[in-house]
Design a protein around this ligand. Structure first.
Ligand code: SAM
Length: 281
């Protein structure tokens, strides 16, 4: 575990402890409407809201548009779902606590996005989120790791944004932070973005030879074998279905489309097309 990760976990456990000692309880507001309290117990993780400024930056990081279907895992008071719906996206919040679900529905109606923002009372570990084009979360490191296999099975290109907690060895593609001046007054003021990579590990046939690829999340390495040559694959990377790698002085970029890959290769000032087919497994 890195020092940064250990510090983050300590801060979370400490926050939990302080909140438990302070004995936060749910109290109704003046108009008797349910009001959640920061730090209240949740099924697998307590409720702490994402700072509104960070919620907006998380959606910017994922480049959410009206074409997206955003799902927030553990949606709390619905703020991320509502913010996504205000951008014209379809959005769904999955939340275990029925009071938070009811509150989210009221909040969405008040904000005029009751039609685009949906909320369901469910356990994220028993829910289907495979249709999401953007997945947001503010959970815990171990929950992110538990969800990671299902996330890696999502359609390549699906954007994942997590408030504060990372995905272990699956390093983030990008991150963002907000400051106190922007209204983030807790430690949870940064978020990470991952883009689900296509699965390319295995053998690929090119007209010129055979490509053997190994994959660790979005990073790829391997070997290219031609008649007399055996060259390493260097600087290999995936971003969704977009692939890039170097063989010798040649730089390959392209797209993975199921069991084929195609694109352009640049070498010594010239550009040509390339394509590959996955060899039978
Ligand atoms: C840290 S809060 C984040 C809320 C919201 N996503 C946000 O960013 O403002 C985590 C939320 O997950 C909910 N939760 C915890 N375990 C859950 C589970 N297994 N299924 C669904 N929701 C869960 C909690 O009730 C809480 O509202």
């Amino acid at each position: 575990m890195t020092v940064a990760r250990a510090v983050r976990q300590f801060v979370l456990v400490f926050t939990l402890f302080v909140m438990a000692v302070c004995g936060f309880a749910q109290t109704p507001s003046e108009n008797n409407e349910y009001q959640p309290r920061e730090g209240q117990v949740g099924k697998d993780v307590m409720w702490i809201p994402t700072a509104q400024a960070l919620a907006e930056k998380m959606l910017n990081l994922a480049q959410v548009t009206s074409q997206d279907y955003v799902i927030d895992l553990g949606s709390g008071d619905g703020r991320i779902v509502i913010a996504a719906a205000k951008r014209g996206a379809r959005a769904l919040g999955i939340e275990y606590n029925p009071d938070l679900v009811a509150l989210s529905k009221r909040n969405a109606a008040r904000e005029g996005v009751g039609d685009k923002a949906r909320f369901i009372e469910a356990d994220i570990f028993k829910s289907d989120f495979t249709q999401a084009t953007v997945l947001t979360m503010f959970l815990l490191p171990e929950l992110n790791i538990q969800l990671r296999p299902a996330i890696l099975d999502l359609k390549p290109g699906t954007r994942i944004v997590s408030n504060y907690f990372d995905m272990g060895e699956w390093h983030a593609d990008e991150s963002v932070a907000v400051g106190r001046a922007e209204g983030c007054d807790t430690v949870y003021c940064q978020a990470y973005l991952w883009i689900v990579p296509a699965k390319v590990e295995g053998t690929w046939k090119l007209p010129q030879g055979e490509l053997e690829l190994r994959q660790s999340f979005q990073m790829i390495s391997g070997t290219f074998r031609a008649v007399a040559d055996r060259l390493p694959v260097a600087d290999g990377r995936l971003s969704g279905d977009r692939i890039s790698f170097s063989i010798g002085n040649a730089r390959y970029t392209g797209r993975v489309i199921g069991n084929t890959m195609e694109g352009t290769v640049q070498s010594g000032g010239s550009t040509a097309r390339w394509n590959a087919k996955r060899a039978a497994q």
